[in-house]
Ligand binder design. Structure first.
Ligand code: ZN
Length: 162
């Protein structure tokens, strides 16, 4: 088990942009393994390399359907919108309602360097957006949903359920 320290709110590294991964070597594999262990230990559903102090475009996500590793991820499609409660391992004890796409499609590399596409809906879509935001130095607190959007989406959901 390789546990790393999770950088917390106020640490300036969280505002920096991460660099593209060019070398798919043992150092990257160790980083990904440690990120996985650190995420599970902290009971999170996603972690970006910058959160353990490494400015590389790599994230790990597990929303309950298995671990995925995304290297140099890019959002290539989004659809719809959702407002749900979101938190972050770097901002313990806090949460806020964010505005995110309902569905996203992501293109990324695996640890062997091959390209792959992933689709996510609801929680998984939020996790993709949240973690990819970290790679550009953004936190979910910059995506908080305006009150009127929350109200509109709530009304729309109720109409669909009737
Ligand atoms: Zn986060």
């Amino acid at each position: 088990m390789g546990l790393r320290n999770i950088r917390k709110k106020g640490d300036p590294i969280l505002k920096l942009k991460s660099r593209k991964v060019e070398r798919f070597d043992d150092r990257l594999f160790t980083l990904l393994d440690d990120m996985r262990d650190t995420m599970y230990e902290a009971d999170g559903c996603g972690l970006a390399a910058v959160q353990v102090g490494v400015l590389k475009r790599a994230i790990v996500i597990d929303v309950g359907d298995g671990l995925i590793e995304l290297i140099n991820p890019e959002i290539i499609e989004t659809e719809g919108e959702q407002c749900e409660l979101e938190g972050c391992l770097s901002l313990p004890g806090e949460s806020g309602i964010t505005l995110r796409p309902k569905r996203v499609k992501v293109r990324a590399q695996k640890r062997d360097g091959s390209f792959c596409e992933y689709s996510g809906e609801d929680l998984k879509a939020r996790a993709f957006c949240h973690e990819i935001d970290h790679l550009d130095g953004h936190l979910y607190t910059e995506r908080l949903a305006p009150q009127e959007v929350i109200a509109r989406l709530k009304a729309e959901t109720q109409n669909t359920e009737e």
